[in-house]
Design a protein around this ligand. Structure first.
Ligand SMILES: NC(=O)c1ccc[n+]([C@@H]2O[C@H](COP(=O)([O-])OP(=O)(O)OC[C@H]3O[C@@H](n4cnc5c(N)ncnc54)[C@H](OP(=O)(O)O)[C@@H]3O)[C@@H](O)[C@H]2O)c1
Length: 285
């Protein structure tokens, strides 16, 4: 298996996790739904190519969770087969209640993902937050995990995320942000920037809903001014144009979509004035 031919002549942009200084490529990949396939599923062949091309093009952040069915196992199996674990930044989550249940679940994630270290462990949807925060602190001190974070998927939790970001406890926060879900722009994103907490954007396409609105519609000619050649890149570059955003994690099971999405992390990004123009245009669609 070889990386497919790539037309890219620009490097992937990287941004730092402020608290550790580690540089992350700005386009990662999510695994919810897309990587939830069984051991003998024919879809595994394309997912393996997706992971190979992802690394070859310059990606590294893979986001998973025990909530995503078989996804952690598929990531572990396929990166094991590719024998290229060192190319990736593994992020997963704890999603249960109780200290021992959390420890057991996270140990299982290590096994499934075949990880000897976890680059980022996140508390999924803030479930049993205080209990897991203590475990993550201990595991970070002992070196079992490298970064700790919190996640949510809904704007109803943004006020709580904002309070937590200010406590200086977490290296990263993951939440929903897209052209149709812009609530984070008011307070949460500026707070993350001020507090030096890395931002990982989930649901950047609002679970593919954004594509429905632009079906059959051409990109505006001025999209070339920020090196944008597709709607997927338009949607992702809008998010990456925000200075608080460290990384976006679109989910895909398709090599063609992966290659499209990765190009959003290359070339020019829109500045504040261009982002306003993009938003105005989006509202006319
Ligand atoms: N609470 C949490 O912590 C939380 C909640 C939600 C999500 N997440 C994380 O965030 C990740 C991203 O969110 P998501 O997967 O729910 O939604 P998303 O990334 O907004 O959208 C994924 C959908 O977009 C499609 N797609 C991807 N690239 C495309 C392209 N270039 N052109 C056309 N369609 C494209 C995919 O279909 P194809 O497979 O056909 O490409 C898939 O159906 C998740 O996978 C997960 O890792 C975390």
């Amino acid at each position: 298996m070889l990386p497919s031919a790539q037309p890219y002549n620009k490097p992937m942009i990287k941004r730092a996790i402020p608290k550790s200084g580690e540089m992350l490529p700005v386009v990662g990949i999510g695994t919810y739904d897309t990587f939830n396939v069984g051991p003998a599923a024919p879809e595994r062949a394309e997912l393996k190519q997706v992971l190979l091309d992802f690394a070859a093009i310059g990606g590294s952040v893979i986001d998973s969770s025990p909530m995503y069915g078989e996804a952690e196992r598929v990531v572990g199996d396929l990166t094991g087969e590719l024998n290229n674990r060192d190319k990736y930044f593994f992020a997963t989550k704890v999603w249960t209640s109780g200290k021992q249940a959390g420890v057991r679940q996270m140990e299982e994630s290590f096994k499934l993902m075949r990880a000897t270290r976890m680059d980022l462990m996140q508390i999924h949807n803030l479930l049993d937050l205080d209990v897991h925060t203590q475990t993550l602190r201990d595991w970070k001190t002992s070196g079992k995990i490298r970064h700790m974070g919190i996640t949510h998927y809904h704007a109803g939790a943004h006020a709580e995320l904002e309070t937590l970001v200010k406590t200086n406890t977490y290296d990263a926060v993951q939440f929903n942000y897209s052209l149709t879900e812009r609530e984070a722009e008011t307070r949460l994103l500026p707070t993350c920037l001020d507090s030096g907490v890395a931002v990982i954007v989930n649901r950047p396409f609002a679970q593919a809903n954004l594509f429905g609105r632009v079906k059959g519609k051409p990109l505006p000619a001025w999209a070339t001014e920020f090196d944008c050649t597709s709607w997927a890149q338009f949607f992702l570059k809008y998010l990456l144009g925000h200075p608080a955003v460290t990384c976006v994690i679109p989910g895909t099971r398709r090599v063609a979509h992966l290659k499209d999405n990765m190009q959003a992390g290359m070339g020019r990004l829109p500045d504040a004035a261009m982002r306003r123009r993009m938003l105005e245009y989006w509202r006319t669609l």
